[in-house]
Design a protein around this ligand. Structure first.
Ligand SMILES: Nc1ncnc2c1ncn2[C@@H]1O[C@H](COP(=O)(O)OP(=O)(O)OP(=O)(O)O)[C@@H](O)[C@H]1O
Ligand SMILES: [Mg+2]
Length: 238
């Protein structure tokens, strides 16, 4: 076990639930739900700067999967902060709690047999690892939407970068709060320099290659091959 794994494990041990609370085994197992749905359930975790394209890409991928008969749901950062996490701000502790709640929610959806796509900046590696540690290996797929800060700032779809530069927004990721890019994401998507359809095909192709979803016609064929993806990765990290 690595040092980081033990930190995460200790974090959960500290938060062990009251021993009077006993888990009630569900009558229908996740595997039965998956068989009925004819696909595996898992968490597809999109991370990246604000404006990187997480929501846009997650929604497009969801649409493609949905059209092909998969049961899907997108948990989106902005939407979750309207309800489940409306009491949380953007300090590191509150961001951590935000991600913890979303991770637990995503785990429930996954248990329900659904492919959960999440679109959260999730700037801290430790918080993303915390969610990874919540589920079995292979159930958490980290997708890094790699759009450089200057491109996100130029897009400024919500006008937030402009306001953050003026000092009107505290703890803004990339400006006054750090973004820790994944060092070894399961998939890195060049959302800063490739179009939406190409990026969506990369994600869907990756899932089909890994046997996570049934291969479907033109989509998987349009996706870049593993070799191409590795060279993409090398090119981007250089
Ligand atoms: N390849 C791409 N993938 C996704 N979005 C892209 C791509 N190329 C350009 N875009 C554009 O980039 C913008 C991304 O905005 P989006 O709201 O999806 O970002 P976000 O990462 O969800 O940001 P936030 O964290 O603020 O919610 C959109 O205007 C989208 O059309
Ligand atoms: Mg978004």
């Amino acid at each position: 076990m690595t040092r980081r794994d033990s930190i995460i494990l200790n974090h959960f041990k500290e938060q062990t639930v009251n021993t009077d609370i006993v888990w009630h085994q569900s009558a229908v197992a996740r595997q039965q739900r998956e068989r009925q749905n004819r696909h595996r359930s898992f968490i597809l975790w999109f991370t990246g700067l604000s404006g990187a394209g997480k929501s846009t890409l997650a929604n497009r991928v969801e649409e493609l999967l949905f059209q092909n008969g998969c049961r899907t749901y997108v948990l989106d950062g902005d939407n979750v902060r309207h309800g489940l996490c409306r009491d949380l701000g953007f300090s590191p502790d509150e961001r951590r709690e935000n991600i913890r709640r979303v991770g637990e929610t995503a785990k429930l959806f996954m248990d329900a047999g659904v492919i959960v796509l999440t679109a959260f900046i999730s700037p801290f590696s430790e918080d993303r690892d915390m969610v990874r540690a919540l589920v079995e290996s292979g159930d958490f797929i980290e997708v890094y939407c790699n759009t450089p800060l200057h491109v996100c700032e130029r897009r400024d779809t919500k006008g937030l970068y402009r306001r953050a530069r003026r000092g009107e927004i505290a703890d803004f990721t990339g400006i006054s709060s750090p973004y820790q890019a994944p060092l070894s994401p399961d998939l890195e998507v060049p959302t800063g320099r490739r179009g939406l359809e190409e990026c969506a095909a990369m994600v869907v192709g990756f899932l089909a290659e890994r046997g996570k979803v049934p291969a479907f016609g033109g989509l998987a064929a349009n996706a870049v091959s593993v070799g191409d993806r590795q060279s993409n990765h090398a090119e981007m990290s250089s």
